[in-house]
Design a protein around this ligand. Structure first.
Ligand SMILES: C[S@@+](CC[C@H](N)C(=O)[O-])C[C@H]1O[C@@H](n2cnc3c(N)ncnc32)[C@H](O)[C@@H]1O
Length: 245
């Protein structure tokens, strides 16, 4: 017997440049009945949707929520239950500092078929766009991806590893720097903000733990941006001279 219920694909749309979506993700967008997308997912991907596909912006970004998460979950359920193929586009990777897992758990509980389609996370893609690697064999072997904002007011993490990458960090940079410095890292450690990485408006602001807060203020660094800390930041200069695009 044919199952008449639809399916939800929770797709990582990549870090901002639309070409950084997976072939699989793009294929699903082209065939979906409904496309639900966040602010951080590149709008250029929408032109690949079918002409009669329903496009819904559920618009979650720093500080602006068009839809509550509960409503998004219910919408995904309603559309799939009605037999639709739903492409749920999320910025970066859907399981990296994203509510993709909440959506998956909800759909699982409701008995709706779903699949996770990985995306390229901004945590890696934004620094890489300026030639900054995460690791280097024999030199830098550990990397942590962290949040710069703790919803429960807990202390920010700054674990002992070679490279630290913070997301959702701009508004709370003071506390993030406090945590990093009190973990014993040298004040001369290089670091950088990468704003709108991989897009036509990307830019980088570099400094050290001592002066980055002031530099970020001077250059009006805004979200979305990642903050990377560690000796790896120096490679960006060697490779690209910290290009400004
Ligand atoms: C809610 S998190 C979503 C992360 C996403 N799931 C990912 O894997 O990239 C939003 C944060 O991602 C980071 N971000 C997203 N896109 C970015 C970009 N193009 N450049 C720099 N940072 C970005 C920012 O730190 C932003 O505050």
């Amino acid at each position: 017997m044919k199952n008449s219920a639809g399916k939800v694909y929770i797709i990582g749309a990549g870090p901002g440049n639309w070409e950084l979506i997976s072939v699989k993700g793009l294929r699903i967008i082209k065939t979906a009945d409904v496309v639900l997308y966040d602010f951080l997912a590149s709008k250029e991907l929408l032109r690949f949707a079918r002409k009669n596909a329903e496009l819904i912006c559920v618009g979650k970004s720093d500080g602006l929520h068009l839809f509550e998460q509960k409503k998004i979950n219910e919408l995904l359920f309603k559309k799939a239950k009605g037999g639709k193929i739903v492409a749920r586009l999320k910025g970066g990777d859907p399981f990296v500092f994203s509510r993709g897992i909440e959506e998956a758990l909800y759909l699982k509980k409701k008995g709706i078929d779903f699949e996770i389609v990985s995306g390229i996370t901004s945590a890696f893609a934004a620094p890489e766009s300026f030639g900054i690697p995460m690791t280097r064999k024999g030199k830098f072997s550990s990397v942590a991806v962290l949040t710069g904002r703790k919803s429960n007011g807990d202390k920010i993490d700054a674990p002992r590893c070679d490279t630290l990458i913070y997301l959702m960090v701009v508004a709370n940079i003071k506390n993030v720097l406090k945590a990093i410095k009190s973990s014993g890292r040298r004040i001369s450690t290089p670091c950088a903000f990468i704003e709108r990485g991989t897009t036509a408006r990307e830019r980088i602001v570099t400094g050290t733990l001592a002066d980055i807060e002031e530099k970020a203020r001077e250059h009006s660094v805004n979200a979305p941006a990642v903050f990377i800390v560690g000796e790896v930041v120096r490679y960006g200069k060697r490779i690209y001279g910290h290009k400004f695009k």
